[in-house]
Design a protein around this ligand. Structure first.
Ligand SMILES: Cc1ncc(COP(=O)(O)O)c(C=O)c1O
Length: 399
């Protein structure tokens, strides 16, 4: 039986393939250190869980408005004003099944066949796949030579009449880079001359280090009317399984997204919406405690890699990933053959030391691997030891 061509346009997740192999090794009794997590390793704070439990007890278990319960949309409006200085009305907000779903709705509402979407690389794996699913063409800009950030020069050289949108992500997965207000204002200046959308993925907003402040591109007057802010509770509140994300933007776009959502998923889980409401209106201490823990782990990894000095990395200012340049290992010989790309390096780390990291190919960076520090310090210490033993072995072997 025939399947739709759109399925062939998209690739399965590289992360899942590595994880499946790691699970196999674990079942065989091998010690495996898994540093692939894309989610906080902390439990959802108790007061948020209680709100979910209460929703069930009250029988708040039916369909809600497609775009989300009014209280939650209002809480999102208040959060955007309080944290980001952004002013929206509840009609400019839609609650979705996770930030990924909010992104999918936005891309399906914006991108037409043949449209280009500018995506700085390294990028989160899902962006180009969603653009392809919508019939568009990802226009990838490699930013590694510029430290992992899109510059005004790069952006200006890559915008075209066919550019329907530019996708920005700060703090970023997989590099942890954070755009400063000044850097965003330079991008805003370039974008002022082009009538394209800005899709701003701000899901890691709360996981930010060194006293930096998150700034949204929607903060710039010249971009506000064509920016859609994507955010959610998954990462900040350790709520990945609850599946609540949201988008805020111009009303016609939000209405278009609502139309798509009304015929695909309908509302996000009623129970989770109540829990998300408790998250957004409750105490911020639990978030701050998690943020501090992530920063300590970031400091530990940066110190270890700096002291070792053999592999370079992008210095993460946010999120929970260290993006490591493994190019000194490429071309090295192993019993299974030469290491030609990050996927081979990841397989070598897994086979020889039971260390699981995500190869960079899926992020548009085939000479890097991503190490997640959403893992306890004991796992990070073990993981770094394993990685450096592999590097010892490879760098002393003949090419
Ligand atoms: C950059 C980025 N955006 C969005 C998401 C998806 O978030 P959610 O779990 O709310 O769908 C992720 C999850 O890994 C992510 O890394």
């Amino acid at each position: 039986m025939k399947l739709a061509r759109r399925v062939q346009r998209i690739q399965p997740s590289a992360t899942l393939q590595v994880k499946e192999k790691a699970l196999r090794l674990k079942r065989e009794g091998r010690q495996v250190v898994d540093l692939t997590a894309g989610e906080p390793d902390f439990p959802t704070p108790a007061h948020i869980c209680r709100a979910g439990e209460q929703a069930i007890r009250e029988g708040f278990t039916r369909y809600t408005a497609n775009v989300g319960i009014p209280e939650l949309r209002e809480a999102i409006v208040a959060k955007l004003a309080r944290d980001n200085g952004l002013h929206f009305t509840p009609e400019q907000v839609i609650v979705c099944n996770g930030a990924k779903h909010a992104l999918a709705n936005a891309i399906l509402a914006i991108v037409e066949e043949g449209d280009e979407v500018v995506i700085p690389a390294p990028y989160w794996v899902t962006y180009p796949q969603l653009v392809r699913l919508a019939g568009g063409r990802p226009h990838i800009i490699d930013t590694l030579a510029d430290g992992g950030k899109l510059t005004a020069e790069l952006l200006s050289a890559n915008l075209a009449p066919s550019t329907a949108a530019v996708l920005l992500n700060s703090p970023a997965n997989p590099t942890g880079v954070v755009y400063t207000e000044q850097e965003l204002s330079w991008l805003a200046e370039v974008l002022a001359d082009h009538s394209c959308w800005i899709i701003s993925d701000e899901i890691y907003e709360k996981i930010i280090f060194d006293g930096l402040r998150h700034v949204s591109p929607a903060h710039f007057a010249r971009l506000a009317a064509r920016t859609v802010v994507i955010n959610g509770v998954s990462k900040a509140y350790a709520m990945t399984g609850w599946r609540i994300g949201y988008a805020a933007g111009p009303k016609p776009l939000i209405q278009a997204m609502a139309r798509i959502q009304s015929h695909t998923t309908s509302n996000a889980s009623a129970i989770s919406q109540r829990a998300a409401l408790a998250a957004l209106t409750g105490p911020e201490e639990p978030i701050e405690a998690m943020r501090r823990a992530f920063q300590q782990r970031r400091d530990f990894l940066v110190q270890q890699f700096t002291r070792d000095g053999r592999l370079r990395f992008v210095h993460p200012r946010g999120a929970f990933y260290l993006f490591v340049d493994i190019s000194p290992l490429l071309g090295k010989m192993t019993p299974e053959g030469p290491l030609n790309a990050a996927a081979d390096v990841a397989t070598f780390l897994l086979n020889s030391e039971g260390l699981v990291v995500v190869p960079g190919e899926g992020f548009g960076a085939p000479s890097h691997v991503r190490i997640s520090f959403a893992a306890g310090m004991d796992q990070l210490e073990l993981g770094v030891g394993k990685l450096f033993r592999c590097v010892d072995q490879l760098l002393t072997s003949r090419p």
